[in-house]
Design a protein. Structure first.
Ligand code: CAA
Length: 381
């Protein structure tokens, strides 16, 4: 067992760390304040091959693998969490098309996603179907050489900018409900995008609802076989959850770094607050939990790269990392005291940004169900 990054992974980490610290972090507060999509950051990621990390070079990707991707995503998240979620979803969509798409779909979409010409989105959640993903009601009925989609989706990251959105819809209700996956493009008649959501955090990320009113999607845009959409969505989410675990680690490490520096500088009772054991205990707890979170994310990534089952490991990583990261961000605000509660310092943003990591791509409660089913021999394995 090796605990070091390979030479290539270390190079990627150093390159992305420098980019995130020098270019992304200085603008992150302003992006948050203005709720502005960090277009220029995504462009930089595309230039460096960081939007197609899970796509083969033959389709324009950098095929660095999931371990390198997890490392890079954590670094990006430390600089700008909104940029990280945009990066995560585009990589996830590219990988989904690579894994389940036809050769024609791969050639049509993967080079564009990897080069940043096109952004990806993943549309599963609906107003009445969040955790119960199988409960979706958007329908897709076959009509000649097309499917006609009717329904709506909510909370779709990258939704208003995506050049390609993977949309899940019900293609059969009886005798057994079956879901299929479609590649929906902007401009398809009947496809419309709602207003941006006003969120607690990740204010620079694009989160919208989508509507389908008799939206005709050509049959050639069916992703995978008809009726196979649910396992496709679950497989894509397994990989996505490694990304969210990494994003969590990156955000919380930035909060811990800020709190550590502040504790050295801030003086009370005649000495730096870093000399008080209460503060040291908080810093040590955060450092310990974030090390564990990072290792869990890397373990899941390693198993995925090795072709081993990783559903359980991805859920373990996500639930632990998102919750540990929340605790670390909370402690960082506590260390800053009153200054942690105002916008002058970054930790209040980190606390707002981290909250959603235990909600999106499957809540902590859903991750625990997946882990328990696996333990009880009821899950997939
Ligand atoms: N990989 C492949 N297939 C899987 C799978 C996996 N990890 N998990 C389940 N499946 C398959 C099963 O084998 C089963 O197949 P058959 O019908 O052929 O037997 C089928 O899917 C149904 O499985 P379950 O019986 O386990 O399904 P369920 O209804 O009990 O739901 C669940 C399981 C884990 C709770 C699932 O609904 C779930 O993950 N919910 C959370 C949804 C979620 O994560 N949403 C996030 C939205 S996307 C987002 O947030 C992105 C963003 O914008 C940032």
């Amino acid at each position: 067992m090796r605990f070091e990054a390979s030479e290539e992974q270390a190079q990627i980490r150093d390159m992305v760390r420098s980019l995130a610290r020098k270019e992304f972090a200085p603008k992150a507060a302003q992006i948050d304040e203005e709720g502005r999509y960090p277009e220029e950051n995504l462009k930089r990621l595309a230039e460096l091959g960081l939007l197609g990390m899970l796509v083969p070079a033959s389709h324009g990707g950098s095929e660095t693998g999931t371990v390198a991707y997890a490392i890079a995503l954590a670094e990006v998240a430390g600089g700008c969490a909104s940029t990280a979620v945009g990066m995560a979803v585009t990589n996830m969509v590219g990988e989904g098309i690579h894994r389940f798409g036809s050769e024609e779909q791969r050639s049509r979409f993967l080079p564009a996603l990897a080069s940043g010409t096109v952004t990806g989105a993943f549309a599963l959640t609906e107003p009445s179907a969040g955790s119960d993903a199988f409960g979706i009601s958007t329908v897709a009925l076959r009509d000649g050489d097309a499917y006609v989609l009717n329904g709506s989706k909510v909370f779709i990251t990258n939704g208003s900018r995506a050049g390609v959105t993977i949309v899940m819809a019900v293609t059969e209700k009886e005798p057994k409900k079956r879901i299929s996956a479609f590649l929906v493009l902007p401009g398809m008649p009947g496809f419309s995008v709602g207003k941006p959501e006003h969120k607690m955090g990740l204010k620079g990320s694009d989160t919208v609802s989508l509507s389908f009113g008799d939206c005709r999607v050509p049959k050639r845009n069916l992703l995978g076989a008809e009726g196979e959409g649910f396992p496709i969505a679950m497989t894509i989410l397994d990989g996505g959850r490694i990304g969210i675990a990494s994003q969590s680690v990156g955000i919380a490490r930035a909060a811990l770094d800020a709190a550590t520096s502040y504790a050295r500088e801030r003086r009370q009772f005649g000495e730096p607050i870093a000399s008080f054991q209460a503060i040291q205990g908080m810093l040590a707890d955060s450092a310990t939990e974030l090390d564990a979170a990072e290792l869990l994310a890397l373990r899941a990534a390693y198993r995925k790269d090795a072709g081993a089952p990783f559903t359980r490991e991805a859920s373990v990583a996500k639930v632990f990392a998102s919750e540990a990261a929340y605790r670390a961000c909370h402690r960082s605000v506590q260390i800053f005291g009153g200054y942690g509660y105002i916008r002058e310092y970054p930790v209040e943003r980190h606390l707002r940004d981290i909250k959603v990591t235990s909600i999106y791509e499957g809540t902590s409660e859903i991750q625990r169900i997946i882990i328990a089913r696996n333990l009880l021999g009821q899950g997939r394995r």
